[in-house]
Design a protein around this ligand. Structure first.
Ligand code: KIV
Ligand code: ZN
Length: 515
């Protein structure tokens, strides 16, 4: 059975999802989880794009063991040198360089003739090989390129020393049959193509990214680029979980295997959704909340008689399992530590104690603390940034016959400030009071509330996206009280904004409301 290599680009193309912006700690946390998932390559970022992207790529290159680490670079000397610098500490670095090859991109975007593009390909690949042994070349917009020219481009890249050739369907335009033919064509017209990793990278504009990627694998591609939850530019990229579970569930048909530890899929999906603030639609294949739910009587009856009547894969295979250990308010440190081990967390003594204290508070309010609740608690803890602002208390008065009013007290350094405000609803009032108490005004771009588990005592998880200081910040808060969860999420996002300002001392301008 041949091996297919998984190149994960959640942290690069996935981060290009509109509204998504991850800080270094969040990217590191996702990279750690991708390493547990056992992807072959993590594309960590586009280092020349911003100092933050450079820092995140360098931190991942230094700290993440296991997968190879790739960094993106346009076909210019500066991009390639910057990518190489960011990758300096990686054990297995890959420079991923690209140039567009379709007539439309060459004429309107690059304003270059085909011969000039060929020269750029050669210079970029040779330049990158001067820094690292593993170089991937991508022909951007390959599926709208002239096939003969595309083969010439790929031949040039192979001759110049590329070790991986990537064929992107940049605008999600191709179809499975057409893409299969394209891969066959390249395999038959490029000398030496069998000596390199042949990769595909499909976007989902027509909803065919996964189908197109699978067709390419059938035609002889050996690497597939994808993202968790299908995040990415516009309609996103091929989703890792769909590709991997298609290959594993239909091994009888495809006869391919990957190195993915599928039992980590569910946790990875939840982590990425929580940190990016992009929810997973309930009917999303594999990781949607309904993916293993059976609603109609006929289905339930069949499922109860034999799960395989309506389930083609088990929930356990993606890491959804009934826990052996149920935690509640009588659980002690030992049980809590065991649970964390069972869930795959590896905390230091202090982190474990902090998490335990938060667990006790939750267990006091909630009869049964589920695995999802623990994940939600720990995700707040793990990516904690310095808390310049702490929320001391909130008091609200609300009802259908009264003007919602909130009083909030925040501490900044040694100073505590209490402020009150009215709003169109209790959350609006709380956010206005927080703005006043913090002296920071940011624009609330999105607000989402969801219950972590079922039941009236479920933890509410709030995710907000705010804009201030020229950037976007995602904040998360959980509590059994949704007003408190909302306040925590907003303060969390404001703390990220304050942190970013402290990291860029030149940027001392006060935050003005944007937009
Ligand atoms: O979609 C695309 O063409 C890309 C390349 C940079 C590989 O993301
Ligand atoms: Zn892409």
């Amino acid at each position: 059975m041949s091996r297919i290599y998984i190149f994960d680009t959640t942290l690069r193309d996935g981060e290009q999802t509109p509204g998504v912006s991850l800080n270094v700690q969040e990217k590191l946390e996702i990279a750690r989880q991708l390493a547990r998932l056992n992807v072959d390559v993590i594309e960590a970022g586009f280092p020349v794009a911003s100092p933050g992207d450079f820092a995140a790529t360098a931190a991942i290159a230094e700290q993440i063991q296991g997968p190879k680490i790739a960094a993106l670079a346009r076909a210019t000397a500066k991009d390639i040198e910057t990518a190489a610098k960011a990758l300096q500490q990686a054990k297995y670095p890959i420079i991923h360089t690209f140039v567009a090859t379709s007539p439309i991109h060459m004429e309107y975007k690059l304003r270059k003739q085909p011969a000039e593009v060929l020269q750029m390909v050669e210079d970029a690949v040779k330049g990158a090989r001067g820094f690292v042994d593993d170089v991937e070349f991508s022909a951007e917009d390959a599926t709208r390129s002239d096939l003969v020219f595309l083969a010439e481009v790929v031949q040039t890249a192979v001759n110049a020393g590329a070790t991986r050739i990537n064929i992107p369907d940049t605008v999600g335009y191709t179809t499975p049959g057409e893409f299969r033919n394209l891969i066959h064509y390249l395999k038959n017209h490029v000398a030496g193509i069998d000596q390199v990793q042949l990769s595909v990278h499909c976007h989902n504009d027509l909803g065919m990214a996964v189908a197109n990627s699978l067709a390419a694998l059938e035609a002889g591609a050996t690497q597939v680029e994808c993202t968790i939850n299908g995040l990415g530019e516009r309609a996103g990229n091929a989703s890792l979980e769909e590709l991997v579970m298609a290959l594993s569930t239909r091994q009888d048909y495809f006869a391919f295997r990957t190195g993915i530890v599928t039992e980590h899929i569910s946790r990875t999906s939840r982590l990425v959704s929580a940190l990016t603030g992009v929810p997973v639609q309930p009917n999303k294949a594999i990781v949607g909340a309904n993916a293993f739910a059976h609603e109609s009587g006929i289905h339930q009856d069949g499922f109860l008689k034999a799960p395989s009547t309506y389930e083609i894969m088990t929930p356990q295979s993606i890491g959804l399992h009934e826990s052996r250990l149920v935690l509640g308010k009588h659980s002690g440190r030992h049980a809590f530590r065991e649970k964390l081990k069972e869930l795959g967390y590896n905390l230091t003594g202090t982190e474990m104690e902090q998490a335990f204290q938060r667990f006790i508070v939750l267990a006091d309010k909630k009869k049964e603390v589920s695995d999802r609740d623990i994940d939600a608690l720990l995700q707040e803890e793990i990516v904690a940034i310095p808390e310049s602002l702490t929320l001391d208390y909130i008091h609200i008065s609300s009802g259908n016959q009264t003007v919602p009013t909130a009083t909030v007290r925040l501490t900044q350094g040694e100073i505590g400030t209490a402020e009150a405000a009215c709003g169109s609803g209790p959350i609006d009032a709380v956010y206005k009071a927080i703005d006043r108490a913090s002296g920071i005004s940011a624009k609330l771009e999105s607000y989402a509330l969801q219950a972590v588990t079922g039941g009236k005592d479920a933890l509410g998880e709030v995710t907000v996206r705010i804009r201030g200081n020229g950037s976007t910040f995602i904040g998360r808060g959980t509590s059994t009280d949704i007003i408190e969860a909302s306040a925590k999420a907003y303060v969390h996002a404001l703390n990220k904004l304050v942190y970013q300002r402290s990291q860029n001392p030149d940027d001392e301008a006060p935050c003005k409301e944007e937009g």
